[in-house]
Ligand binder design. Structure first.
Ligand code: SF4
Ligand code: SF3
Length: 546
């Protein structure tokens, strides 16, 4: 039977091989097809911009933003709206045509750079340019690994762009790498080299975002976040975009509406800037995949600033709003041109008519251990390592997901030796951040740096420890890596860690379906990448017999 679609970009892909009938995430074939075509035309545009740069011509920020938002919109659970994809395809072709006319040497361009058609041909074309259009399994695997890394990177770039930070070198790289995924002359070795280069730019992109976030909002600091509720109506803000959080908090001031964070937006509480808002109430709920129950009981509007949206139930669909690259058909979408203020009035007005959130949890969680906060505690941490009070750090960053097998991470955290400290970032932490794991001489046993992009902080912390202990190799540190992945942002985090020389990363709950046997072998042989086993076996592996 002919596939209706083919997508294997996330960890929950059907049968751990690929979604072919409909997405496990809820993505319909008609959306998947338009996403395939959007990626194709974005590659075409990228080939044109890359050639223009080679010819010494400038490419505008507007075009760079178009490319990164196109990529972002195709990340797992970011945007389910076919019409949005169609509009972006048309816009991308138009932009590409304009730029194509400026290219002197058109002969070097790939076919995608000249493809131009109206909407009536989109579907037919989409069926020809999806993932399976690359026949060689290893080339396909590497191309997709690079593309997924760049999708993750594009999301981070978009957040930095929202804070008016643009990195032209990074944009040029992303576009050049995308164009290279169309180049049939590149060998497996060339693409492996490009994969590592993508990791290098992954570090740069996360550093850019860190700089954008911290210069706008200060350095994250140790913070206790309430997980209960107050008595006012509330708005729940989810996703990763801190600029959206700022604008929402500003606009809800004095309205009698509280603002709560959800999932990855929890990290907003860690930044000093946001502490001045009295109505910034706390964090509601858990990681993305529990939203069907938690959005129901929240009672008020929910603003999704990025992935991860779960197709909403009718009971709260009218309360689900999107902005930026996120979208869901039938849900309200609020946006503004780059650099301008979004008007969240409709959401605030809706909130005023809603019941306050229903309490589902109470108490608090602690976080804010990004690089500066950990550096401030460096003496304490180093002493604890030297005295043997802390024997090992376990990096458990990454994503959470709905598969039952992910209870591994809760159990792993619970059964860790008591002298081990977890370093985390991303929504993976919801598997263990509400357990009472205690502290070691005042250092909490779960140090949460923030969002998945704040894995950058974890890398800086590792580099700092390497310096303090006078080591030559980052792998000589008492740090083990047991990372959970779900979507493409985790792919760029992984590639960034590989670029930094980190070896023996364990990746779970399953290895990516998009790694062919040979590509997986390269990762295993050169970087010691491995999957996970049982909790008991992995504890033995990481800590030996205690
Ligand atoms: Fe399937 Fe994941 Fe693709 Fe959704 S994003 S269609 S679940 S592979
Ligand atoms: Fe989570 Fe979607 Fe990846 Fe940013 S919010 S880590 S899954």
């Amino acid at each position: 039977m002919e596939n209706k679609m083919f997508c294997y970009q996330c960890q929950e892909t059907a049968g751990c091989t690929g979604c072919t009938v409909s997405g496990v995430c809820g993505k319909k074939p008609e959306v998947a097809l338009m996403q395939d075509l959007l990626i194709y035309v974005t590659k075409g545009l990228s080939a044109v911009t890359t050639q223009l740069r080679k010819e010494g011509k400038a490419v505008s920020e507007e075009v760079n933003h178009l490319v990164s938002v196109n990529l972002f919109a195709t990340i797992t659970n970011a945007n389910f709206d076919r019409e949005v994809m169609v509009k972006r395809i048309t816009q991308t072709i138009e932009q590409k045509e304009m730029l194509l006319s400026q290219v002197e040497n058109k002969a070097v361009l790939p076919k995608a750079a000249s493809w131009n058609s109206d909407e009536s041909a989109y579907e037919t074309k989409a069926k020809l340019v999806g993932i399976l259009a690359t026949k060689d399994e290893d080339i396909r695997s590497l191309r997709e690994l690079i593309i997924y890394g760049i999708k993750g990177l594009a999301a981070y770039t978009k957040h930095a762009n929202a804070l008016m930070k643009d990195d032209l070198e990074l944009d040029a790289f992303m576009q050049e790498a995308l164009a290279k995924t169309l180049d049939d002359s590149l060998s497996v070795d060339d693409l492996i080299a490009l994969t590592l280069e993508t990791g290098k730019y992954g570090v740069q992109g996360m550093a850019d975002l860190d700089e954008a976030n911290t210069s706008a909002y200060g350095h994250p600091e140790l913070t206790t976040v309430d997980i209960g509720v107050r008595s006012n109506p509330g708005i729940l803000i989810s996703g990763h975009d801190l600029k959206d959080l700022e604008q929402l908090l500003e606009q809800t001031k004095g309205t009698g509406v509280d603002v709560y964070t959800h999932s990855e937006m929890l990290a907003g509480h860690y930044y000093p800037f946001f502490k001045k808002y009295d109505h910034f109430a706390g964090n509601y709920g858990n990681a993305w995949w529990k939203q069907k129950e938690e959005f129901e009981s929240f009672n008020g509007p929910i603003l999704m600033t990025t992935n991860c949206i779960v197709p909403p139930k009718d009971s709260y669909k009218d309360r689900l709003w999107t902005t930026g690259a996120a979208g869901f058909p039938g849900c309200g979408h609020i946006d503004a041109p780059y650099g301008q203020v979004k008007d969240f009035t409709p959401i605030i007005e809706q909130a005023k008519k809603c019941q306050p959130p229903k309490e589902i949890e109470s108490g608090s969680i602690v976080g804010g251990f990004a690089h500066e906060q950990v550096f401030a505690l460096a003496d304490k941490v180093v002493d604890a390592v030297k005295s043997g009070a802390i024997k090992k750090f376990v990096v458990m960053a990454g994503c959470d997901g709905r598969q039952k097998s992910r209870s591994y991470y809760t159990e792993f955290a619970e059964k860790l030796p008591k002298d081990a400290v977890i370093l985390t970032a991303g929504c993976a932490k919801y598997k263990y951040n509400k357990l009472d794991l205690g502290d070691i001489g005042g250092i909490p046993r779960v140090l949460d740096a923030g969002q998945c992009n704040d894995s950058y902080s974890l890398a800086l912390i590792a580099l700092k420890l390497k310096e303090v202990f006078g080591l030559d190799d980052i792998n000589d540190l008492p740090i083990v890596y047991n990372i959970a992945w779900y979507e493409q942002k985790a792919v760029i985090v992984l590639l960034a860690l590989l670029y930094l020389g980190v070896k023996n990363i364990h990746l779970g709950p399953t290895l990516p379906a998009f790694l062919s046997e040979n590509v997986a072998k390269v990762l295993v042989e050169n970087f010691g990448i491995a999957g996970i086993g049982t909790v008991e076996d992995d504890l033995k592996l990481f800590f030996g017999e205690e």
